[in-house]
Each structure stands twice: as structure tokens, then as C-alpha cells.
Design a protein around this ligand. Structure first.
Ligand code: BES
Ligand code: MN
Ligand code: ZN
Length: 512
């Protein structure tokens, strides 16, 4: 098998753009850009950069690009690529990260291995934020989604990436390192989520997740089917019983010295390695995509590695329930009543609503382990894709102050998300005649009733559910995002953990 991703050497270079020693310089280009702050650029581009706008070749709109061969003695790198960064005034870290990805992907397409990315002054972000975003971007660009091809595929990897033009701020080296670690973690999650269901079974997922986590210094424990049975996790076991593959529960622990007191962040990720729907089987069309139904679990694992490597000053416990959802001879059937580890009974109306079931037992277990704040990530509902589309993760939770912390973290991370209501009225839809609740609430408000089901297992803790059904997988390639797994949520969780010293002072006890 070929490699899925590699981490480039990322270094800061204080030299002027013309002096950079690279195969290609990536230049963020704004609308109506005169490049006045980049000495020598206009000459090196032989007039191309300035004339491009008039010729209709390049306008600086977001993420379009123009490759130019450079000329003259005043510019060392043989090529530059202008990457549209939109209006200078609205250039955020998000734009810079995507500009860096776009430029670095263009470099790899040209089989170039040494790239420099220019940070330009005049944007509203600090030099350290910009450097981090660029480091993230070049690392995220060093990912290859076709790693199982054995012929006609020879990807080029970036070996070196230079962050230029950022100045000499003392915070820069740490910012670059943070960016590289966040980029690597994003790629780890993408690699796991892209892996087909036959190769990434629950057992393999647990082993690989444990290996990644242990290598980063995270404490690791794998519960097998016997340990899971011992804990009476009836929801997880019931989904697993339709498959030949036994389930796993991966538990990850980050327990740093000097952690903020009285806080343990619980991160729970849905780990369905393949979702056929079970007896309520899905249509054949696009079912192949359901190999990504463990994206939430992958995000939790990858985030835990970054949290440990960055030494986030907060205790974190990751819990990832892992199983296939298959229609085997022992599979659960519509109408079956299941008993969760907590003792709650569930009437199964649709075996395809399996994610909420395995999350229920996992949230309960995280509470047994002493977490104080909960965040779960799951490719939970098609309804969330209908509501928010492919770019925005749905946020569901309580209290709203806690939801807001996750929203802010996702903003910093460049993972778009938006809050949705969790009014108790919706619980009507989950009423069962014979059990505590049903596992589906019909078509109306499908993403919300899915979230409310999960909420039943959050106890009284502050809890947020992130529905990443739309955002975990990119269907259409974009200049900054190839088709395939996106790694959504990884950087959000890391940002949330890094910000713990500030949110730990807030009171989230008033749960509705
Ligand atoms: N894994 C799916 C949700 C999903 C759908 C993710 C499309 C990504 C794209 C989940 O397990 C599921 O099947 N949900 C059902 C719930 C329904 C039966 C209440 C759905 O959304 O149809
Ligand atoms: Mn399903
Ligand atoms: Zn599913």
C-alpha cells in the first residue's frame, strides 16, 4: 500500500519573497492587487501578475489560481502561483489556510517538492495566526486519497514548506508547530475515514486508533466484546450482533500534570465502520459511502493525539464505540426492545438509526469514567444534510453557553458549524407504547430527534452533539478540498481542549 499522507518539514524564513529558496512561491492575491508590499514580484512575473486581471485570467476571487514562470535576477524561485484570497479586508485565517492548501496542491500537481507560502501584511489576523493557518494548510495538502492504487499512481510529496513574510514574532515557532500537529491530526482522521469497510473492521479500527493514540502519549484501553457484555451495553451489542465482526470500545485518556481542576472533557465519536442500515437496509445507490460512518470516531482519535502532543492543559477522555451495522441472521429487527447499559429501554423502529444507539451506551460509559463535559461527533442523520447542507455541521446541545463554546472553537478551527434547537417538545416524537422511547421520530425534524435521543444519555452534564453527516465527506472536489474524507471536527475538538483554561471558569450547570 502507498502512503496516505506525509508531514512536510515546515520552517519559518525571514527573507524577502524574491530571496526564498523554493521550487514555487505561493502568493495570496487579493482583488485588484497591486502587490506593492512584495518587492520584485511584478518584475519577476514579467508583467503577468498585474496584467492578468485586465486579460481576464485572474481576478483574485477566492481560490482561483494562476501559475507563472518567473524571470530576472531579482527572484530566486523559478515559479510562483497566485492564489485568490478575495478582498484584503475580509481575509481570515480560514481563507489563508485554504489558500495555502490550494497553492500547495497546485505545487504537488506540478511535481514540485519545496514550496514557500507568503504571509502578507494588511490582513486582520496576527502573524502567529497566519503562520499557524499556513502550516496547517501545507500539511493538509500533503494527503493522497488514492493510496490503494497499484498502478499509474505516483504521488509527489511536499518535502519542505517555508512560511515566509510573517516577521520575527517570538510566538511564530510555536504557532507553526501547532499548525503542523493540527494538520497531521486532520490527515490521520481523513486516512481512517477513507479506509474501506473490509479493511477497517471494528477490530482493525480499534488497533489502529490505539496505535496512533499510544504513539502520541495518550493512554489507551480496548474493550472487546466480552468486556462490553460485562458492562451490559445492550445498545452497542445489539447493533453488533448482526455482524460476523465483534464490536470494540476504544477508550483514550489524556491526563496531564497541571490540568485545570474539576474538569474532564469527554469526547465521544460514532464508530460504525460500515452502515448497511441493518434489516432496515439502505438502497444500493451510494451505500458504498457508508464506509465513512466512523468519521466521528476517527475525529475523536485524531484530536486526542493532537491534544496530547500539544499538551492541552485539561483532562480528556475519548470513547469510541466501534461496530458494523449489518443485516445478519442474528441482526436486531424493527420492533425489538433493547436495554441500554444505563437500564433505559428502547423500541427499535428502524435498524438504520444505529448511531444514536451505540452513542447512548458510549455517553453513559464516559459519565461512568467521570467526565464533566460532553461532546459527541457523529455522521448521524441524512436530515442534517437536508437542513444544513455539506458545509456546515449541526450543533445540538445544552446549555446554550456550552454550545457557544463549541461553535467558537469550530470557528477558530475553520470547521463551520451552527446551532439547532433541542426543545423538549420534540421528545413527543420518540414516545413508545411499550418502552422508554423509540429510536426514530419520523421524517420531521429528523436531525433534532436524533440529537434528543442521544441527549437522554448525557445525564445532567453540559453536552453538545455535532452532526457531521454532511461535512465529513466532500462529494465535489474544491481547490482546497479534494473529494473524500474531510477530517471535520478534529481541529474543533483540539481548539476546545486548548481553550479549557478559559471556559473552565464558566458555569454550565443550568441545563434545560
Ligand atoms: N449513517 C447514517 C446517516 C447518514 C446519512 C450519514 C447520509 C451520511 C449521509 C445513519 O446511521 C442513518 O442511517 N440515519 C438514518 C436515520 C433514520 C432511519 C431515522 C437517516 O438519516 O436516514
Ligand atoms: Mn444508519
Ligand atoms: Zn450510520
Amino acid at each position: 500500500m502507498q502512503m496516505t499522507h506525509q508531514t512536510p518539514r515546515v520552517r519559518l524564513d525571514p527573507r524577502a519573497a524574491g530571496e526564498l529558496d523554493a521550487d514555487i512561491v505561493v502568493v495570496p492575491a487579493f482583488e485588484r492587487d497591486g502587490f506593492a508590499d512584495v518587492p520584485g514580484l511584478a518584475q519577476a512575473a514579467g508583467g503577468e501578475a498585474l496584467a492578468a486581471h485586465d486579460r481576464g485570467l485572474f481576478s483574485g476571487k477566492l481560490f482561483e489560481s494562476l501559475m507563472i514562470g518567473t524571470q530576472g535576477a531579482g527572484w530566486r524561485a523559478p515559479r510562483m502561483v497566485l492564489v485568490g484570497a478575495g478582498a484584503a479586508a475580509s481575509c481570515t485565517t480560514d481563507v489563508l489556510r485554504r489558500v495555502a492548501i490550494t497553492g500547495a496542491l497546485a505545487a504537488r500537481q506540478q511535481r514540485l517538492r519545496r514550496v514557500a507560502v507568503l504571509v502578507r501584511p494588511g490582513t486582520s489576523v496576527t502573524a502567529a495566526e497566519a503562520a499557524q493557518a499556513v502550516a496547517e494548510g501545507v500539511t493538509i495538502a500533503n494527503y493522497d486519497g488514492a493510496s490503494l492504487k497499484t498502478a499509474d499512481h505516483d504521488p509527489v510529496w511536499l518535502e519542505e514548506a517555508v512560511v515566509a513574510g510573517a516577521g520575527g514574532d517570538a510566538a511564530l515557532p510555536a504557532a507553526v508547530e501547532r499548525g503542523v500537529i493540527l494538520g497531521e491530526a486532520t490527515n490521520q482522521a481523513r486516512a481512517l475515514a477513507n479506509e474501506p469497510g473490509n479493511r477497517l473492521t471494528p477490530r482493525v479500527f480499534a488497533e489502529r486508533g490505539a496505535a496512533l493514540a499510544a504513539a502520541a502519549g495518550v493512554g489507551v484501553e480496548i474493550l472487546d466484546e466480552h468486556a462490553i457484555a460485562e458492562l451490559r451495553m445492550g445498545l452497542l451489542l445489539s447493533i453488533a450482533q448482526g455482524s460476523q465482526e465483534p464490536p470494540r470500545l476504544l477508550v483514550l485518556r489524556h491526563e496531564p500534570a497541571g490540568a485545570v481542576s474539576n474538569i474532564t472533557l469527554g469526547l465521544i465519536g460514532k464508530g460504525i465502520t460500515f452502515d448497511t442500515g441493518g434489516i432496515s437496509i439502505k438502497p444500493a445507490e451510494n451505500m458504498d459511502k457508508m464506509k465513512d460512518d466512523m468519521s466521528g470516531g476517527a475525529a475523536v482519535i485524531a484530536a486526542m493525539t493532537a491534544i496530547a502532543r500539544l499538551g492541552a492543559p485539561v483532562r480528556c477522555i475519548g470513547v469510541v464505540p466501534m461496530t458494523e451495522n449489518m443485516p445478519g441472521g442474528r441482526a436486531i429487527k424493527p420492533g425489538d426492545i433493547l436495554t441500554s447499559a444505563e437500564g433505559k429501554t428502547v423500541e427499535v423502529l428502524n435498524t438504520d438509526a444505529e448511531g444514536r444507539l451505540i452513542l447512548g451506551d458510549a455517553l453513559w460509559y464516559a459519565r461512568q469514567l467521570g467526565v464533566t463535559h460532553l461532546v459527541d461527533l457523529a455522521t448521524l442523520t441524512g436530515a442534517c444534510v437536508v437542513a444544513l447542507g455539506k458545509t456546515t455541521t449541526g450543533l445540538f446541545g445544552t446549555p446554550s453557553e456550552w454550545v457557544e463554546q463549541i461553535r467558537l472553537a469550530s470557528d477558530r478551527a475553520g470547521d463551520r458549524s451552527w446551532p439547532m434547537p433541542v426543545f423538549a417538545d420534540y421528545m413527543e416524537q420518540l414516545k413508545s407504547e411499550i418502552a422508554d422511547m423509540t429510536n426514530t421520530g419520523g421524517r420531521a425534524a429528523g436531525a433534532i430527534t436524533g440529537a434528543l435521543f442521544v441527549k437522554e444519555f448525557a445525564g445532567d452534564l453540559p453536552w453538545v452533539h455535532m452532526d457531521i453527516a454532511g461535512t465529513a465527506w466532500a462529494e465535489e472536489p474544491k481547490p482546497y478540498q479534494p473529494k473524500g474524507a474531510t477530517g471535520v471536527g478534529v481541529r474543533t475538538l483540539v481548539e476546545l481542549a486548548l481553550a479549557a483554561p478559559s471556559w473552565s471558569k464558566l458555569d454550565f450547570s443550568e441545563k434545560s
